[in-house]
Design a protein around this ligand. Structure first.
Ligand code: GRG
Length: 294
């Protein structure tokens, strides 16, 4: 199947089930529920859940088991975007082609909506019918990747780097390995865990996740300079405006694209331990990451 069709179908499937994992609407405090529902359903590529399901399949697992984990990953990702857009952080007004959560619901509700999604994500995994041992492994993997030695740390470093022109390539790579790469890697690894992957398979998936995560961020930087606002669904040029050093600062647009391609090629090599017919999908997703226009 064409990757584009596959991605569309998987996205539609995930879009269709996300709301099922929210609790019932409360009698009071409905604005929080509205903000969570809005943020979660307003759009997005659903890349992290798609990766989780595909990784589960590559190790021979059925996707049903991975669904709560895939949903939890999208919840965490969405929370991070809501908080990232806040005036105290990136102060963005457009996300996924729509007003950011704080712009629509106010700052306090946006902070709480992010908090609610983060907590709900772990609740969804804990309440799933996965074997207890797998739940613990997955919760640990995702908690580490999104927490104070993962995405949150990356975000802190990113904020500290803003407006500085002495950011080294090493520091930039550290920021993005944590801010963007960690959750992408955890998406792939947790799919592999749920699917019953061996240590060797999980190691390969981790390597793949890290390399595509790196490429993903490079392309994100490229799109901020060379993308089209309607396609990417957020304001173009915001990195330069905020005085951010990016991969484009170091390599230029062409050089950055080349770096991303190299990283994706290495990611694809990591998959060589899997049968050709099974690894094809993860290979195509990796290529999509460098070729994407949104
Ligand atoms: C606030 C704790 C905290 C973390 C924020 C992820 C993040 C950390 C900030 C987002 C800022 C940003 C633009 C990062 C670059 C890469 C990235 C994560 C882009 C957005 O992900 P996509 O393209 O978004 O998968 P969609 O909307 O398709 O889900």
């Amino acid at each position: 199947m064409e990757l584009e069709v596959y991605l569309k179908e998987r996205k539609a499937y995930i879009d269709g089930i996300l709301k099922d994992f929210l609790p019932d609407e409360p009698r009071f405090g409905k604005k929080l529920y509205e903000a969570v529902k809005y943020s979660l359903t307003v759009g997005g590529k659903r890349l992290r859940p798609i990766l989780c399901l595909a990784a589960c399949e590559v190790v021979g697992g059925g996707i049903e088991k991975a669904i709560p984990v895939a949903v939890a990953l999208e919840m965490i990702h969405t929370y991070s975007l809501i908080h990232d857009d806040l005036p105290a952080m990136d102060n963005d007004t457009l996300r996924r082609g729509h007003p950011t959560t704080w712009k629509k619901f106010g700052e306090a509700t946006a902070i709480l909506a992010g908090d609610a999604l983060l907590n709900r994500a772990f609740e969804v995994i804990a309440d799933s019918s996965l074997e207890s041992e797998l739940k613990v492994k997955v919760i640990s993997e995702i908690g580490r990747a999104s927490g104070m030695l993962g995405m949150v740390l990356g975000q802190q470093c990113d904020i500290e780097a803003e407006g500085r022109n002495d950011v080294s390539l090493e520091e930039l790579e550290f920021i993005h390995r944590h801010k963007t790469g960690a959750l992408i890697t955890a998406s792939v690894v947790s799919g592999g865990i749920v699917g019953g992957g061996s240590e060797k398979e999980l190691k390969a998936l981790r390597g793949y996740g890290q390399l595509i995560g790196y490429a993903f961020q490079i392309i994100d930087d490229v799109l901020d300079v060379a993308g089209e606002q309607e396609k990417i669904g957020k304001n173009v040029g915001s990195d330069v405006e905020k005085g951010k050093v990016t991969f484009v600062t170091f390599y230029g647009v062409k050089g950055a694209r080349k770096k991303a391609e190299e990283s994706v090629n290495k990611a694809i090599e990591m998959l060589e331990i899997f049968p050709v017919s099974k690894r094809e999908l993860l290979e195509k997703i990796a290529r999509f990451i460098v070729e994407r226009e949104y």
